[in-house]
Design a protein around this ligand. Structure first.
Ligand SMILES: Cc1ncc(COP(=O)(O)O)c(C=O)c1O
Length: 393
């Protein structure tokens, strides 16, 4: 086949190949997943919302709809973004996407030319990086500390690299580190980027899953120059299978996205959008999110306390205030990838952190997920992992 040259830049996900390896070994306790807990999908309420929606307006649910999205859902999302993120948007600013993953792909398509440079947190979400790769861009990673992206480093990168066009950031409970940016750091970030001709993608699928500390306003809410493209998603607060997500941007930018969307798939799944709208109208999404948060907090706290008790003291890790992940740093001489087979053999699995970097990754890092494992599995799995680490440290 005469594939496009673009395809030479598309690589299979290393994370998926690790996950395949784990699935093949039965009985392994896996901290390698990146999924919400299906036990917390509101099955009965979604079923009721769906049945009622079908009875009330089944024919329009099965018909084509607007490219921008289902109007009542756009209104509900405007309201939700104002309440949760302090974003002052109108339906004109929003376009529904098939998961935020499609939003990421569309951003890459809209903004990137060959030779452009994308700046991302170091490490970052591989799906975001991979969405950009086909367009032949370069990547620069900027490190983060406990407060967020290191501003002096960001300023240096932007002043030294005029080809930077796009910044891709996840300021809330980042995948893979679980870190959240402080308010002060968000303000500093906006001050710096406002001096450059760049676009910021603020990817926020985990923002509402804050189970500790105070909510911090989004970058989009501080955006006075229309430079931030905000990506929201129902995947972590409701369920990912419906693929209901959205872009919020300056109206002129949203119009461009609309043209791309027409060419991609005309519109998002009308049925799924109407299911979500019906669920939000008839049930209490906030109460549902509180339930998820309580469950995830319990698991995260348990995992952290067991790690504190059993991990060698030279191993450090983040203490997330929300989201789904803990990021572990081993002594620099160790490779998490080389230890993985031993860990799987012992009955526990994780994703080596080196796969989450756009360029060369830190080999001594690990991503641990705490949302798809029971408390009992956490008890056993952390002990198994601690024993494996002790063999090497
Ligand atoms: C940071 C980040 N962005 C985007 C996505 C994709 O989410 P969606 O299900 O909305 O496509 C994920 C999925 O895990 C993610 O972690």
């Amino acid at each position: 086949m005469r594939y496009s040259r673009r395809m030479e830049r598309v690589k299979p996900s290393a994370i998926r190949s690790v996950q395949k390896k784990i699935v093949q070994k039965q009985g392994v306790i896996s901290f390698a997943a990146g999924l919400p807990d299906p036990d917390y999908f509101p099955l009965a309420d979604l079923k009721t919302a769906t049945m009622e929606m079908m009875e009330e307006s089944g024919r329009s649910a099965l018909q084509y709809g607007m490219t921008k999205g289902y109007a009542p859902l756009l209104d509900l999302l405007v309201e939700r973004m104002r309440a949760k993120e302090g974003i002052d948007a109108k339906p004109e600013n929003i376009l529904m996407t098939t998961g935020s993953q499609q939003g990421l792909s569309m951003c890459a398509m809209l903004f990137l030319d060959e030779g452009d440079v994308v700046v991302a947190e170091n490490p970052s979400y591989l799906g975001g990086i991979n969405a950009c790769r086909p367009y032949g861009c370069g990547f620069i990673g900027v490190d983060t500390d406990e407060e967020g992206m290191v501003i002096a480093d960001l300023d240096n990168v932007l002043s030294e690299n005029p080809k930077v066009k796009l910044l891709y950031v996840i300021p809330n409970f980042q995948n893979p580190t679980g870190k959240a940016w402080s308010l002060e750091r968000r303000k500093q970030f906006m001050e710096v980027i406002n001096q450059y001709d760049v676009v910021v993608i603020e990817d926020n699928p985990y923002g509402e899953i804050r189970f500790r500390g105070e909510a911090v306003p989004s970058l989009k809410s501080m955006d006075t120059q229309g430079k931030v493209v905000y990506l929201g998603s129902c995947s972590k607060i409701l369920c990912p299978g419906l693929r209901v997500a959205w872009i919020c941007a300056d109206e002129s930018v949203t119009t461009q996205f609309e043209q791309i969307k027409e060419g991609l798939d005309l519109q998002c799944n009308q049925f799924a959008q109407m299911q979500v709208a019906s669920y939000i109208q008839k049930f209490d999404l906030d109460a549902h999110v509180e339930t998820i948060k309580a469950a995830y907090k319990k698991r995260c706290d348990l995992m952290l306390s067991l790690m504190q008790e059993h991990f060698p003291s030279s191993v450090t890790y983040t203490k997330p205030e929300g989201g789904m992940f803990i990021w572990v740093e081993l002594p620099t001489s160790l490779s998490a990838d080389e230890i993985l087979d031993d860990a799987i053999e012992s009955g526990v699995a994780y994703v080596p952190g080196e796969y989450f970097y756009a360029n060369e990754g830190a080999k001594n890092t690990i991503r641990l997920n705490f949302t798809t494992v029971s408390e009992e599995q956490i008890q056993k799995g952390v002990l198994l992992l601690a024993n494996v680490l002790k063999k090497y440290i």
